[in-house]
Ligand binder design. Structure first.
Ligand SMILES: [Zn+2]
Length: 333
């Protein structure tokens, strides 16, 4: 199988083509931010923090999974910028025990308040089961994440926004790596128009099939009429900071974060990820993390061979079966 000679995308990735030197069209057309652009974002970010600081009960609501990237983001917001942080944990029923220990330890030791929000497992089971077995999202949505991850992240983003609006928290932070989200979206005012778009792509297909019991986990049409001044600004600082996976792991380990041993290589918190990856790879013949890893490799924050092994290693079938069993999915293996 041909794979881009610069990133990790292979010939099975949607819309891909290669030039005579084997470099893919995404490498040719995706700008990589230089030091000057990153610096401009850092300044914009610092101005924003300054203008929002200390006017609300919390300065920032962080989407916190206990994984390495959001833990490092928590550390940065608390220790570099001295922000008052409320960490919001969405428990999808598959957080590893070690990740939960990390969440409690890191929030305490970094001085952040923490709230854990857990829908009944039965609700998550229905949502994940539907996403695993039915084509409910557009194929374009699934170029960058599995259908199961898209479901979970859609609910997380909605609950985060709902919480920020109701607690009147002016900033919402995510720990997206530089491959997950471009620098151009690193500082972005939320608004009802963007939210309506997300309703059409994620909320509506789920609610249509599962019913009203899923509605509390998304914004309602009434929520969309909330005074625009209460809508937060989304930030994802890792897009413009130096991102080096090893250095991040080292830093947070020095603060007492422990790498879970029961998750797959692409996650440091979720026990559902292996199944989500497996189903996506079976169906689309490319790894759902390929786009993200390609972006990290392109930005120079990971060497290409480590990236290629991350997206070509087979899933751990014990983990795949574990999650399938909990969700009542028969893989026919
Ligand atoms: Zn490429």
């Amino acid at each position: 199988m041909s794979t881009c000679t610069r990133c990790v995308l292979s010939e099975t990735f949607p819309g891909i083509s290669f030039d005579e030197s084997g470099v893919c069209n995404y490498c040719r057309n995706t700008p990589v931010p230089d030091a000057q652009e990153k610096q401009a974002y850092i300044e914009k970010f610092e101005d924003l923090l300054q203008s929002k600081r200390s006017k609300h009960s919390f300065d920032v609501l962080l989407a916190y999974s206990g994984g390495k990237d959001s833990t490092y983001t928590l550390y940065t917001l608390r220790k570099h910028y001295d922000m008052k942080v409320l960490a919001f944990v969405f428990d999808n029923g598959f957080i590893s025990d070690q990740a939960l220990k990390n969440i409690r330890h890191m929030a305490d030791s970094l001085g952040a308040a923490c709230t854990i929000f857990k829908p009944p497992f039965d609700v998550m089971k229905k949502a994940f089961g539907l996403a695993a077995g039915t084509d409910i999202y557009s194929p374009k949505t699934l170029d960058r994440a599995s259908s199961i991850c898209t479901t979970c992240i859609g609910m997380v983003k909605a609950m985060i926004l709902k919480t920020a609006i109701s607690y009147d928290i002016p900033l919402v932070a995510f720990g997206w790596s530089p491959g997950q989200a471009p620098i151009s979206s690193a500082i972005m005012q939320t608004n009802p128009r963007l939210q309506r778009f997300s309703h059409r792509t994620i909320r509506d297909p789920l609610v249509e099939r599962i019913g009203d019991e899923l509605k509390p986990y998304f914004l309602s049409d009434d929520d969309l009429t909330t005074d625009p001044s209460r809508w937060p600004v989304n930030i994802h600082p890792l897009a413009f900071m130096d991102y080096d996976e090893e250095a991040i792991m080292e830093k947070i380990a020095s603060l007492g974060w422990v790498k879970p041993l029961d998750t797959d290589p692409n996650s440091t918190n979720c026990l559902l990820n292996a199944l989500a990856n497996y189903l996506h790879r079976e169906r689309f013949k490319f790894h759902p993390y390929a786009w993200e890893i390609a972006g990290i490799v392109r930005s120079g924050c990971m060497d290409r061979s480590s990236g290629v092994s991350k997206v070509t290693e087979p899933e751990d079938m014990n983990m795949v079966s574990y999650a399938a069993k909990l969700l009542g999915i028969d893989l026919g293996l």
